[in-house]
Structure formats: C-alpha cells, structure tokens
Design a protein around this ligand. Structure first.
Ligand code: PEP
Ligand code: MG
Length: 543
C-alpha cells in the first residue's frame, strides 16, 4: 500500500484500476546503425503489430459505430501496406544507415506534405492519416505503450500532467478520477474534472516508473489522498463512503425542476459550463437553466486541422437543439496560453498568458474568426443562441469585432445563406475591461465575468503556475470589488451580468453574489444542484 497526498481540485471518492500515462519523448532521434538487416526486422515487427492493432480497432468500431465509420481503420491498414511508403522507409534505412524510427518519421512527414499539397479534398485529408500511421509505427518501434482509451475499462488516470488536447480525446465515461504530479487548481484539466464530477488530485509526487497500469487505487478528494494497492480494509471503507456520496447525490436530484429562489424570493439563474457537444448531457442531467459558457476552443483541440464552418455549424446546432429553447452562450475561440494547437503555429512565447491568445488571434487572423462567426450566425436560426467574446480589454476591440460582424453578414447575404446575428456579450476577465465596463456596457448585450483570468491578471499570479496556488486568491477584496463594479455598470445600462469563472461555484460566496445583484452563475454541471440547494436555504432579507 502506498499513500500519497495532493491538492484536491474536486471532492469525491473512487476506487478503481489505475491507467498510468507516461510522458512521451516526442522527438525522434536520428542514430547511425551498423546492422541493416536487424533494423529491417525491427521495422517488420512494428508493421505486424500495427496491422494487428488496426484490425482490432476496425472490428471494435464496426461493432460499435458501424461499417462506414470503421472504414478509416481499413484505410490506415492499406496505407501501412502501401508499396511506395514501405519502400521509402526501407530505402532510407539502407542508404543512410539510420534507425527505423527516424526513417519512418521522415517518410511520414514527406508523405504527409505530399498529400496536404494535393488539390483533391479527399486526398488532402489523407495527410492526417499518414501522420497517424507513422506515429503508430514509431510507438511500436520504441515499445512505447499507448493507452487504448476505446477499450479501457473505467479507470483512474495517473499522469505527469495532462494537456487540454489530451483530455479532450479521452472517453469521459471511462475516467473515474485524475491524479497528476503537476497542474494547477485553475488549469483546464482541473476545470474538466469539476465538470465531469470526478475527484482529481494534483501535485501528487508519484513516481510513474513504480506504478503500473492495472493496480487498484483509491482517490480520496475529501482528504486529498491517493492510495495505491490499498488494503482490504481501506477498500471497504472507500466503498462505504462511495455509497454515502451516491446517496447524497440522489438527494440532490430531488431539487430538479425547482427554482433557484431564496427563502425571501430572490432568484438567480444557474447555468452550466461545457467544453464539448458531448457535455450537454451533463448540463441536462443536472437541470441547468442553460449553457452559460461553451468553451468553443475545445472543438479545435485534439485535431490536426481547423474545424470547417460546416463541422462547427453541426456541433453548435446540436448543442442549441439539444438544449431545446434554453439559452446557450457560445464563447468564440479562446486559443493560446495553456490551450495550444499545433496547426495554429503560434510559436513559443515567454509569457503566453499575456500573449497572443483569444480575441487577439481572432482580430489578426480574421479568416479563422469569420469562419466561426458564419457557423454561429447560421446556428442562431435553430434555437436560443448568444455569443460572447473573450479577453476584451477595450471599446476599440469591440468596435473592430462589430466591423468584422458586418462583413460576415454581407458575405452570408451575398451567399444567400439564412442566418441571424445572436445576442452578443463579452467576457470581463481583464482589469482593463472592468475599469471601462461603463462604456462597454453601452455596446454589448451582456457581461460574463471570467474570474479565472480576472484573478490571474489582477493579482499578477499565473493561473497555470502550481507554485503560486497559495497566492491565487479569487476571494481577494480587489476581485470582489471589481465584480460589484461590473454588475453595477451592467445594470445602469440595462444589461445583465453573470459569472462564468470557477468562482461562480464557490458556495461560500453564493450569498455574496446574490447580494451583489449578479443575474447568473454559470458553473460546472456537477455544481448546479449544489448551488440551487444553497440558494434555496438563504434568506437575504436578514443582514
Ligand atoms: C475565466 O477566465 O474565468 C473563464 C471562464 O475562461 P477560461 O477559464 O476558459 O479562460
Ligand atoms: Mg478566461
């Protein structure tokens, strides 16, 4: 039994098998080889293993999602066996006397470029497949274990740290908890854990070499503890507590359909934050009043190329239609900082949180922004949609956005495509936006306060830096005063103001927020009913 402690970012308790994700060395190194035959037979073994994996994936996908969707794995098998591809790799090994990993990586890149430059859209799309095949071969050559999320049983993910694009690829139904060595309480992995209603511990000094996938583990988010290979006694205790937690959750379910109203009759809207179309289920399950923040950048993460207008339109439409008339606020792209996407080629920055991110990218790379706006405006025809813009600092930025909005309207008109311009709000998440919120309120339909970034920028504390968790204090008087200022300025202009940052779910502040006059709290789906309970027990007529 090995007991370690960490910082709990979401409470809860689970018992289950561990899946250990080891950090991969992405760089393939070129090394000189002496024995060509040995290298070729290594390659052949890796090819055989890859073919077997693809066959298994094909069979599984065929059973679960049908033949048409499984066909992609057949295409991968064919590519793996492609004569030109195989010959190019072998040729490089023999003539340059290099290791197979390197030959595969270079050949993969060359083929990928070749496909990407083709005219035909179908062939262009094959670039990503070649890359995938080459990565699979390299992994099989290096003997690196790859977790097959599709066939994984529900497990506790144990990792160094997780990037948003890694988590977005995981099948959420299969994740019981997160345990990471790094990561901060305000990182997107933590936000995701809260959304999924699963315990998560960060800052756990676990030696990943000593822990093997499959061992039983208890993650106790109440006490900030993780116990690997627990004794029978510890398991029994965990199971009992899991049962008790389940009972509490069942009790909360009785609040479904009830209003968010205090004993003295004050109401507040409670909505849910989501990151993908699949998360809408969590919002509905927890009886959220709507979606207060759909982090649309998650559509861009974990992909090899920009999502097309049509892909985005289908995703947004599905969310709006599934919410059946309840309001959905989609935030435009907030890429950059901790949310890096390779194909954006953003480059390394010394200070990414203060760098090229969110609306700054959209204002400079307008084609990306326009594609998203077109998809959003088309979606507005299908339900109750609002959109909001992140990281605003000035009136001038909003003017620039409106200018782009006009050109998108003109394009859609010219194309004869039906659309509607939805309600447009902004996120208030920079101190500058707070200070000019009186002017901004005149220009927009609503404010949504992003307390995660507002805290970071006001206190000059990097939200990603785990060393600073103790300094990151969203309860700071400066933040609370700013929230009050934003609410007052919104109301003076006849607009509404809500919070969509993590602070909105802080039960210690629910009463304060109602007293401040906030109109909406948008929180992790798992928190909706907990806040409803809190609100219904309050009487704010009493001092
Ligand atoms: C925030 O900053 O509070 C917010 C909601 O946006 P994100 O966490 O996605 O930066
Ligand atoms: Mg933010």
């Amino acid at each position: 039994m090995l007991k370690l402690s960490g910082k709990a970012v979401y409470k809860g308790i689970v018992l289950g098998p561990a899946v250990v994700l080891k950090k991969k060395d992405q760089q393939v190194k070129r090394t000189k080889i002496e024995d060509v035959n040995k290298e070729i037979s290594r390659l052949e073994m890796a090819e055989k293993k890859s073919a077997e994996q693809l066959q298994k994936l094909y069979e599984k996908a065929e059973k679960e999602v049908g033949e048409a969707s499984a066909a992609i794995f057949e295409v991968h098998q064919m590519m793996l066996e492609d004569d030109d591809y195989q010959e190019a790799i072998r040729n490089m090994i023999c003539t340059e006397m290099v290791n197979a990993e390197y030959a595969v990586a270079v050949t993969g890149d060359n083929f990928c470029e070749m496909f990407a430059s083709m005219e035909d859209d179908y062939m262009k799309a094959r670039a990503a497949d070649v890359k995938d095949i080459s990565n699979r071969l390299i992994k099989n050559l290096t003997g690196e274990e790859d977790v097959d999320f599709a066939s994984m049983e529900p497990s506790v993910i144990v990792a160094d740290d997780l990037t948003p694009s890694e988590t977005v690829q995981m099948d959420k139904e299969k994740i019981l908890a997160f345990v990471t060595i790094h990561g901060s309480a305000n990182s997107h992995t933590s936000i995701l854990a809260r959304m999924m209603n699963i315990p998560a511990l960060i800052g756990v000094s676990v030696d990943l070499k000593q822990i093997h996938s499959g061992v039983q583990v208890v993650v106790d988010g109440f006490h900030g503890e993780v116990i690997f290979e627990p004794s029978q006694e510890v398991c029994a205790d965990a199971e009992q507590r899991m049962k008790e937690e389940q009972e509490k959750l069942t009790l909360l379910q009785t609040l479904k359909g009830k209003e968010n109203v205090t004993l003295d009759g004050k109401t507040i809207k409670i909505c849910a934050n989501i990151g993908s179309v699949g998360d809408v289920g969590y919002a509905l399950e927890n009886d959220a009043g709507g979606i207060g923040l759909f982090r649309s950048e998650f559509l861009y993460l974990g992909k090899t190329d920009y999502p097309t207008e049509e892909e985005q339109f289908q995703a947004y439409k599905q969310v709006v239609q599934t919410m059946a008339g309840k309001k959905v606020i989609i935030r435009t792209l907030d890429i950059g900082a901790d949310k890096q996407v390779d194909y954006f080629h953003l480059g390394k920055e010394d200070n990414p949180a203060m760098g090229y991110r969110a609306i700054r990218i959209c204002l400079k790379e307008q084609d990306i922004f326009k594609t998203q706006l077109r998809a959003l405006f088309r979606t507005a025809m299908f339900g109750s949609l609002s959109i909001m813009y992140p990281m605003i600092t000035s009136v001038e930025e909003v003017k620039k956005i409106y200018h782009i909005v006009e050109s998108v309207k003109a394009e859609l008109d010219a194309d004869g495509i039906p659309y509607k311009v939805p309600e447009q709000g902004i996120m208030i998440e920079t101190p500058a936006a707070v200070m000019v919120s009186d002017d901004l309120a005149e220009m927009v339909d609503f404010f949504s306060i992003g307390t995660n970034d507002l805290t970071q920028y006001t206190l000059a504390v990097d939200r990603q830096n785990e060393k600073l968790d103790g300094f990151y204090n969203p309860h700071h008087k400066a933040i609370l005063r700013m929230i009050q200022m934003v609410v007052d300025n919104a109301h003076k202009a006849g607009k509404w103001a809500g919070i969509c940052g993590e602070l909105g779910a802080d039960l210690d502040l629910t009463e304060t927020f109602i007293r401040m006059g906030l109109d909406e709290l948008s929180v992790a789906p798992s928190m909706v009913l907990k806040i409803r309970k809190k609100v219904r027990d309050l009487d704010i007529s009493k001092e």
